[in-house]
Ligand binder design. Structure first.
Ligand SMILES: [Zn+2]
Length: 90
């Protein structure tokens, strides 16, 4: 099953799950039963790793309202390699 998106002029966008290749160019809106046109949008990206999803979400949020930065952000700490805990200490 694939998710297809349609845009109704009265009710807005809605999604329909259909077998792949079965989507038509128009579909009746479930709200007002008028004809809605199919909309092509980005596929669901839930299979991406969590850091990539978080970065994409942050980018999406900052598109219209960027975060205000008043100071230089702290340098991110790098995680120590697991083998470094077994090294001899001075
Ligand atoms: Zn509608």
């Amino acid at each position: 099953m694939a998710t297809y998106e349609y845009d109704c002029r009265e009710c807005g966008r809605f999604e329909v799950k259909l077998p792949m290749g079965r989507a038509t160019g128009t579909r009746n809106c479930p709200g007002c039963h008028r004809s809605a046109h199919r909309v092509f949008s980005a596929p669901h990206l839930s299979a991406l790793p969590a850091p990539v999803r978080a970065a994409r979400a942050r980018e999406e949020r900052s598109r219209d309202e960027p975060d205000v930065v008043t100071a230089v952000p702290p340098k991110p700490r790098r995680a120590a390699h697991p083998a470094s805990s077994r090294l001899p200490r001075p």
